[in-house]
Design a protein around this ligand. Structure first.
Ligand code: GLN
Length: 202
């Protein structure tokens, strides 16, 4: 079972840890450079991207993490984690840092202030066994991608989707995976299993 890190500075660390363990990995919470060096893949949880960005500096993890991503470490970012992995963010704070890894532009808090959260069933490429129930909480969406980024899921055209219909909400580039939603909250392990498989194959 591969040793996968969960970046444990802020956000829903516990839920990702449980999902990874149930999905076939061993888990190490990562707060220090030495812990980052020990893991073969990393999950960046949902939370608040501006806060996680600031804490990455405080904990002196920003450059080490950028270096590991540039060297090909598999990573999975959920919601705030997706924002951090994107090359560029729209509606971010001016001082918020990007880790890179996904050659795309995300829009932070894209689904609108009045609609804080919503849920949709998504067809998810690379995942079998029916749609994935997606919980979005003040989520980003992917505004645009380079051709190297593969789109895995978009919001379907449903009456509840509104302006979100058609928006990209799950992507993969090489060993880096990201979802705008939170599979760690639904008990559906398929996205975490997909990431564990990516780590095993890397
Ligand atoms: N809105 C948050 C941000 O900007 C993300 C929310 C989440 O991770 N659930 O980082």
């Amino acid at each position: 079972r591969p040793l996968i890190g969960v970046l444990a500075l802020q956000g829903d660390v516990r839920e990702h840890t449980a999902a990874l363990e149930a999905g076939g990995a061993r888990v190490l919470p990562v707060r220090r450079q030495s812990e980052l060096a020990d893991v073969v893949g990393l999950v960046i949880p949902g939370g608040e991207s501006t806060t996680i960005s600031r804490l990455l500096e405080t904990f002196e993890l920003l450059e080490p993490l950028r270096a590991r991503l540039a060297a090909g470490m598999p990573a999975y970012g959920s919601c705030a984690g997706m924002i951090l992995l994107a090359e560029k963010v729209l509606d971010g704070r001016p001082d918020q840092h990007q880790l890179g890894g996904l050659d795309m532009i995300v829009r932070r808090n894209a689904f609108g202030r009045q609609v804080d959260s919503f849920e949709e069933d998504l067809d998810f490429a690379d995942i079998e066994g029916g749609p994935v129930h997606a919980v979005f909480i003040r989520a980003p969406w992917v505004e645009s991608t380079s051709p190297t980024v593969r789109v895995l899921a978009t919001v379907p055209e449903t009456p509840t989707a509104g302006a979100a219909a058609g928006r990209i909400v799950a992507v993969r580039q090489g060993s880096v995976l990201a979802t705008a939603f939170h599979p760690e909250l639904t008990g559906d392990l398929r996205v975490h299993r997909l990431f564990v498989d990516i780590v095993r194959g890397a």
